[in-house]
Design a protein around this ligand. Structure first.
Ligand code: HT7
Ligand code: ZN
Length: 873
């Protein structure tokens, strides 16, 4: 396969200053006329040919300055339009193409679904609309005229401000949009259809009134206000925290039902997967509300980090994605609970990114080469990319970080930038050499930090020795030590932080580990402290320490850092789970850690008022956490059994407090999605989950009662989730009831699919296969595929990893089926295989065989071919 390499980057030979698009909509024969003002790039090669990108395009005509080009002046294929001898000064290029939006099942470019037209141009979708210099460093001002049948597409939207609209004759209407902000083609968008509008206004910091509009299917208007409000809150927050104001007359969000990812930040016209817009108490869970708020914020924040300042090339993807994730995380932290948001983010980082980073698909935050850019929208680019920015802030401090961001916005507004240009802003304002810091962008793999501690009672010193090692990853056999910010506290027996003194002077709490081994000798330490390391998860590393379970249980109770209070309990639980897995595989009795019950009991104590934090404390490490801790020769069944046994053990020890908490935490009054109410429900569900552990009849009865009496979707779905784990009549009855109630709402049927696909039960695979044959399933809709097949592959460790290999074969088979129609979604399904090499030999062999069968299939798309080749390494 052809690799694109960062090292080969060259500026474009031509630039495009303006784009006048005329899109004449037709379900099968949409005609696109693009008038482009083109000029040679002074930074490009002289006398170069003009080579435009295409993808499955049909050329109708091409003209330069009004004169149509003869066939011998061009070279044309569906993928390319080359003009060997274009004018050497500015010229107007007019290209007419014809496309079939109905046949576009890949959902990239212009596609038609449910009688609406939508575009998706990131990363390389614009070239499926017209031939273009489809690269993010070519910035143009767009004017877009859209014409379509008035009855089917009364609504005609594009980027920027509306200039004109009216009848176009023959039952058709038109609209003209103008976006004054130069943008790369991946931010172009067009939406046409018959949708309902829910709107409001926002007055910016400087007093401009902006229309804020959310478009949804008719009849779903009552599910739009939460997203609308989230937009306005995001706008205000970006003004207050980052000093960024919105810059058009209107900001639009459109909800669509067929969408490859979560949402897209097109300038002024964000397009969203409807799953991340639509919310009402009866249809959305607390988790849905939180996701909607976060994704609305994320896409809105791209207006400055991504749109006003964009990426020079796709290797710089983390420049916009890592930074925008960091910004949306901060927004949620300010809006909800900061410690809980941090814990949730770290759980997600470990589950997805640490898993990726330790397997065959590991790659740096800024990759060096790619075969298919769609496969690099990864947890590493997004979530580790955000962690890198968080570390930068910890290392240089909040004031310098703010000054660096301000400089970045001032200096680079309107440009297509690199990571080097971004980091240079922080180096400049802080006066720091950030050369070694850049390793976080270059080196793949999660650094492993090992801590040894020693207390010298006579000298009153406490020594912390930190060794770091970055493991080898594909293509990177050797690594250098990174700059690892270790935020540290020493907690005394009274629970208070001791002063940190090194070499007679106050020190810390941020210690930058820059060598393979660093020793810190803390002085004037009157008694042996408990070391609280990497507070607030100050670096994305795997930590192992010589702290005892006593130390950790003490920190779980007393650490002033809430993240480490949570982490300490998790570490004790993880140690116990690993010991249980070892014992189980050796046929030995399960090792117990009764003190864990004390830590979990605190979460359910009536005196605990931070319910969201308590719910995190009560949640055991996931099966994936245990698998990663074990690292190799992983047996998912043994892990599942060990975790279930620990849960049951805790449930038995805490039966009284759990029941009391469940009763105490019932909802009073009507449903509200606010953080405090959602937190109470989260802890209530956690209590229920323990009470029903192992299918305990009393717990199952409570879950059934909660399901039957539910007045909101959170309670209903959580009760169903608990019931789905019990092999009981109540389970089947509730699943049937849920289907009957919500069969006309695909987003709710997705929840029903997901619950069944994630059940760790031996008949799950048969059930998933059967569900795929029902009318509710539609393989052309990515949400359906993700809820059923994606959830089975990536959210069901025991059944995907069935020892007979049928789970692997199933996911591979669906990926092959989708390879031709939607390769992007097919490739993502295969992400389920990202940790296959860590499995025990029998499963490893079966997983490899499934991957090899995909690799050998004819007609593999670049997306699927790239994933299987790299997965097989
Ligand atoms: N920038 C977007 C990422 C994206 C995407 C979205 C929908 C369909 C295909 C896509 N390819 C890339 C979303 C974001 O990160 O904000
Ligand atoms: Zn993004």
């Amino acid at each position: 396969p052809q690799l694109v390499r960062l090292a080969d980057y060259r500026p474009s030979d031509f630039l495009i200053d303006t784009v006048d698009l005329d899109v004449n909509l037709d379900p099968h024969a949409t005609r696109v006329t693009a008038r482009l003002k083109v000029r040679p790039n002074p930074e490009g090669r002289e006398n170069a040919a003009l080579a435009l990108d295409g993808d499955e395009l049909k050329l109708v005509s091409v003209a330069i300055d009004g004169a149509e080009l003869e066939a011998d002046a061009i070279e044309v294929s569906p993928e390319r339009l080359s003009i060997a001898n274009p004018p050497r000064g500015p010229f107007e290029l007019t290209i007419v193409t014809k496309i079939d939006p109905t046949a576009n099942t890949r959902l990239m470019g212009l596609y038609r679904s449910n009688a609406s037209y939508t575009t998706q141009c990131e990363a390389e979708g614009f070239r499926r609309i017209t031939y273009f210099l489809d690269r993010p460093d070519v910035l143009a001002v767009y004017t877009t005229r859209i014409e379509g049948p008035t009855d089917e597409t009364p609504l005609l939207l594009s980027n920027g401000n509306l200039m004109e609209t009216g009848p176009a004759g023959r039952g058709r209407s038109y609209a003209v949009w103008h976006d004054p902000h130069p943008k790369p083609s991946y931010l172009f968008a067009l939406v046409a259809g018959d949708l309902a509008k829910v709107s409001d206004t926002f007055v910016t910091l400087s007093g401009r009134t902006v229309a804020v509009e959310v478009f949804v299917e008719h009849g779903k208007e009552d599910r739009a206000p939460y997203a609308l409000d989230a937009i306005k809150r995001s706008m205000r927050w970006d003004e207050e925290v980052f000093g960024r104001e919105y810059d058009l007359d209107v900001f639009m969000v459109v909800a669509v039902s067929h969408f490859n990812m979560g949402a897209m930040e097109n300038k002024g016209l964000n397009v969203f997967n409807d799953k991340y817009v639509l919310a009402s108490p009866e249809t959305a869970t607390d988790g849905d509300y939180a996701n909607i708020e976060a994704i609305i914020a994320h896409e809105y924040f791209h207006n400055w980090t991504g749109n006003r300042i964009t990426c020079r090339d796709w290797f710089q993807l983390c420049l916009k994605e890592g930074l925008t994730v960091f910004r949306d995380q901060e927004f949620t932290s300010d809006t909800r609970s900061r410690p809980v948001k941090r814990i949730q983010d770290v759980r997600a980082l470990r589950a997805a990114q640490f898993a990726e980073d330790s397997g065959p698909l590991a790659h740096p935050v800024r990759p060096q080469a790619y075969a298919e850019i769609n496969n690099f929208y990864t947890p590493t680019v997004y979530e580790k990319g955000a962690e890198v920015i968080r570390m930068l802030k910890v290392l240089i401090g909040p004031e310098a970080f703010k000054a660096g961001m301000d400089l970045y916005f001032d200096r680079h507004d309107g440009q297509a930038c690199t990571i080097e240009q971004f980091i240079a802003c922080f180096a400049e304002v802080s006066g720091r050499d950030l050369g070694q810091f850049m390793l976080w962008y270059h080196q793949a793999g999660t650094p492993e930090v090992t801590i040894r501690t020693a207390y010298d009672a006579a000298a009153k010193t406490f020594t912390v020795t930190a060794a770091q090692r970055v493991p080898a990853t594909p293509g990177q056999p050797t690594k250098q030590p990174a700059v690892v910010p270790m935020v540290t506290g020493l907690v005394g027996p009274d629970g208070a932080d001791m002063p940190l003194v090194i070499a007679g002077a106050p020190a810390g709490p941020v210690f930058a580990l820059t060598e393979a081994e660093t020793t810190l000798v803390f002085e004037q330490v009157p008694v042996r402290p408990a070391a609280s390391l990497f507070r607030n998860f100050s670096a994305p590393v795997k930590l192992s320490t010589d702290l005892t379970d006593d130390d950790l249980l003490f920190l779980a109770k007393s650490d002033s850092d809430p993240f480490n209070r949570w982490q300490a309990g998790q570490t004790v639980a993880l140690r116990n789970l690993v010991a249980r897995v070892d014992a189980q595989r050796a046929g030995a009795p399960a090792p117990e850690e009764p003190r864990l019950a004390e830590a979990v009991a605190r979460a359910f104590d009536p005196s605990e008022t931070d319910h969201a934090f308590a719910a995190q404390v009560a949640a055991l490490p996931s099966e994936g956490d245990v698998a990663r801790e074990i690292g190799e020769d992983v047996d998912p069944d043994a892990i599942h059994a060990a975790r279930a046994a620990l849960k049951l053990d805790l449930a038995r020890r805490l039966a009284g407090p759990l029941a009391a908490a469940f009763e105490r935490l019932v909802d009073e009054g009507p449903y509200s999605p606010d953080a405090a109410s959602a937190s109470r429900r989260a802890l209530k569900i956690s209590a229920l989950d323990y009470l029903a552990a192992g299918g305990a009849p009393d717990g199952v009865a409570r879950a059934k009662a909660l399901y039957d009496g539910a007045t909101n979707m959170t309670d209903r779905i959580m009760a169903l989730q608990v019931l789905s784990l019990s092999a009981s009549d109540a389970r089947d009855a509730a699943l049937a009831d849920f289907h009957d109630r919500y069969k006309s709402d695909p987003l709710l049927i997705d929840k029903w699919f997901l619950i069944q696909a994630s059940a760790p039960l031996p008949d799950t695979l048969d059930r998933v296969r059967a569900l795929m044959t029902t009318p509710a399933f539609d393989i052309r809709n990515p949400n359906r595929v993700r809820s059923l097949v994606g959830a089975f592959g990536s959210g069901n460790p025991t059944q995907f990893n069935r020892a007979d290999g049928l789970g692997y074969a199933f996911v591979a088979e669906v990926a092959r089926e989708l390879n031709g129609t939607n390769p992007q979604v097919a490739a993502r399904l295969l992400g389920a295989f990202k940790t296959w090499r860590a499995l025990e030999p029998v499963r490893r062999g079966k997983a490899e065989a499934a991957l090899r069968a995909v690799a050998a299939a004819p007609g593999l798309s670049p997306d699927v071919g790239d994933i299987v080749r790299r997965a097989l390494g």
